[in-house]
Design a protein. Sequence first.
Length: 260
Amino acid sequence: MIDLSKYAGFGVQLKPETLMLAFGAGVTTAPVTVRHLDEVRPMLQDPRSEGPDHLYTIYMDVRAPGVTDALSARGLGYGAVVYNHGAVGRELLRSQGHVHSTPPQTGVGYSELYEFWHGRGLVYMQSSVEAEVDDVIVVEAGPGDKVAIPPGWAHATINAGEEPMVFGAVYAPAAELLYNPLRRRHGTAHYVLADGTLEPNPAYQRVPEARWQAAHSFPEQGIEPGRPALAALGEDETRLDFVSRPEAYPALWERLTRGA
């Protein structure tokens, strides 16, 4: 097994042969969900593509001693995902992709924060799920790196390495994960091919050239490479509020989307 505790901030190990996690003492999770190839076919470049059946393993509501109450008090939860590696047809193995719901009282969609524990991945983000997309950002991330999802942006995660990829995620349990907007367009605005290139999805009328960004760092929020996000929460209970209360952080989102 591979120890991931350094980047998670709590006891957790990867069982690479089964794509499962083993958690340390006192850590609990919701029942595990395994995403299979047939479930994501509507999002693929070629729905008839062949590849591994077990695509990824999802752990929601990860509850670690000393932090769960602090997360809940701020409208936050924690999860983890283990990805298989390889290709599905011409594409790199990836998630099906979704966009977060927007609460009517704020008009700003929920965010999410990924922190990578193992492997190498790409987080693909597009500014809308409409036929004409204005902006696309791709972030490459490895162990210790962080990636924040801007409010209202659809996103998918791709395993760009040759081994299982694992990341933890700070999310808002109130957020609904909306899959149908991307499903109607057969996936994201680009397909990430096995050779690492991006191919526009013809179901969109306008697809801009993707902008590549480095992994994200928000020192003012305590979010920095190699440092578990839960450590920042322990210092200041408001540090991760940009996930559950994104409407209060317009300057952060402007800086992120501009790449500054």
